[in-house]
Write a protein that binds this ligand. Structure first.
Ligand code: PLP
Length: 418
């Protein structure tokens, strides 16, 4: 087991296991990143330019989209997509209450109303039945969130959106490379929105975002909106944002994009290892592992388990005490956020999202995580639950409940073939 050492060289217990280790990732690509950043500095073209255009081309190909448009963040990608669709006051956009804040704030900032529908507890993703029930004449778009790197069940949403004649805006900020029925996130709706926040699977050296679409006229509208609605030569034909992607970000992202599929395969391998470890440590009676539907490619931006019987916070504290990285995504669902009080939601309105907030726990899943580190995570959970960590090589505990409903874990999931 790797040990941390003090300044005096003495051993001070096992080394911490971080929730994510971007330094380890950087070591692999340091010389390439340095050369690319130096190239941008030599050219002194820091905003948009060829570097961004190349990245857009490469990412359009990666997502199988006709167009990709870089912007300043995932939040801005959502805003720009909604602006291009002319969502505004009086409009409703149906979305998930179990997501990062920007999902709902992008709708709210435009004066539209986020309408929160409950999630499917097995996947943490928007429940299409709840969406069907929430449709109203004011519904102008549906914004599914491919949470933690797994795509939403899209087919029912396609039917709902087609019969109402409204667009779908994918919040794919956590899901680059994820697939639904062999189609990539970003082309499962009218517009797809991505984030390059450093902890994303494709993370930049700062903020960045991207919009994908197959619709050429929406693409040119987004391109205009990201530069203050300028049609050329200081001619502003609408009010947009200043939301351009930096060349430095693009240069770094292009290097990382070449490795994205091997990093994704490593995340998938780590997910499979957790399945074995949790089983062998006999913890599947109180830990529910994330399920993966058979027609999805889960890219595991986060690996979130559920801890049952009100023990999540005990496990969280126990892991932190043992210097094992973990976090709660998300401790407060969006419909209960203070700033959305005027929307009129109350505790109990969306029980599955609220339960997920009480039970979910994100564990380290990054590509460089070793098997030994993963075993320490699982042992730490056992200890936090007051158990003696003991590994048995016999699988013994029943499979997680949701497996009986046609969902399976990532064990047999195909690894990256790209
Ligand atoms: C689901 C989701 N939506 C939107 C965003 C916003 O992205 P950004 O942080 O790049 O603005 C994030 C990023 O954390 C996210 O995870």
């Amino acid at each position: 087991m790797s040990e941390a050492t003090t300044a005096g060289g003495q051993e001070s217990g096992p080394a911490p296991v971080p929730l994510i280790d971007l330094v380890a990732q950087h070591h692999e690509i340091e010389s390439e990143v340095t050369a690319a950043v130096c190239r941008v500095f030599a050219e002194q073209r820091f905003i948009l330019g060829d570097e961004v255009a190349e990245l857009e081309f490469e990412l359009a190909g990666y997502c199988d989209a006709r167009e990709a448009i870089g912007c300043a963040s995932g939040t801005d990608a959502l805003l720009l997509a909604l602006m291009a669709l002319e969502i505004g006051p009086g409009d409703e956009v149906i979305t998930s209450p179990y997501s990062f804040f920007a999902t709902a704030s992008s709708i709210y900032r435009l004066g539209a109303t986020p309408v929160f529908c409950d999630i499917d507890p097995a996947s943490f993703n928007l429940d299409p039945h709840a969406v069907a029930e929430a449709m109203s004449p004011r519904t102008k778009a549906i914004m599914p969130v491919h949470l933690f790197g797994q795509c939403v069940e899209m087919e029912p949403l396609w039917r709902i959106a087609a019969s109402a004649g409204i667009p779908i805006v994918e919040d794919a900020c956590q899901a680059i490379g994820a697939e639904y029925q062999k189609r990539r996130a970003g082309v499962l709706g009218t517009l797809g929105c991505f984030s390059f926040f450093p902890t994303k699977n494709l993370g930049g050296a700062g903020d960045g975002g991207l919009i994908t679409t197959d619709d050429a006229s929406l693409a040119s509208r987004v391109r205009r909106l990201r530069v203050h609605g300028e049609a050329g030569q200081y001619d502003h034909i609408e009010v947009g944002l200043n939301s351009r992607l930096d060349a430095v970000q693009a240069a770094v992202l292009r290097i990382k994009l070449r490795r994205l599929d091997s990093w994704t395969a490593a995340r998938q391998r780590n997910a499979r290892r957790y399945e074995v470890l949790f089983d062998e440590y006999g913890l599947l009676d109180c830990i529910t592992l994330p399920g993966t539907q058979h027609d999805r490619r889960h890219v595991y931006n986060q690996y979130c388990v559920r801890v049952s019987s009100g023990q999540r916070d005990k496990v969280l504290a126990g892991l932190r005490e043992r210097k094992i990285g973990c976090s709660v995504y998300y401790p407060k669902p969006l419909h209960l956020q203070t700033c959305f009080a005027d929307l009129g939601y109350h505790a109990g309105d969306l029980p599955h999202a609220e339960q997920a907030s009480r039970e979910s726990l994100a564990l380290p899943i990054y590509s460089e995580l070793t098997e030994e580190q993963q075993e320490r995570v699982v042992q730490g959970i056992a200890q936090s639950l007051g158990r003696t960590p003991q590994r048995s090589l016999r699988g013994r505990i029943p499979r997680p409940k949701f497996l009986s409903s046609g969902i399976r874990t990532g064990a047999a999931e195909r690894t990256s073939e790209y």
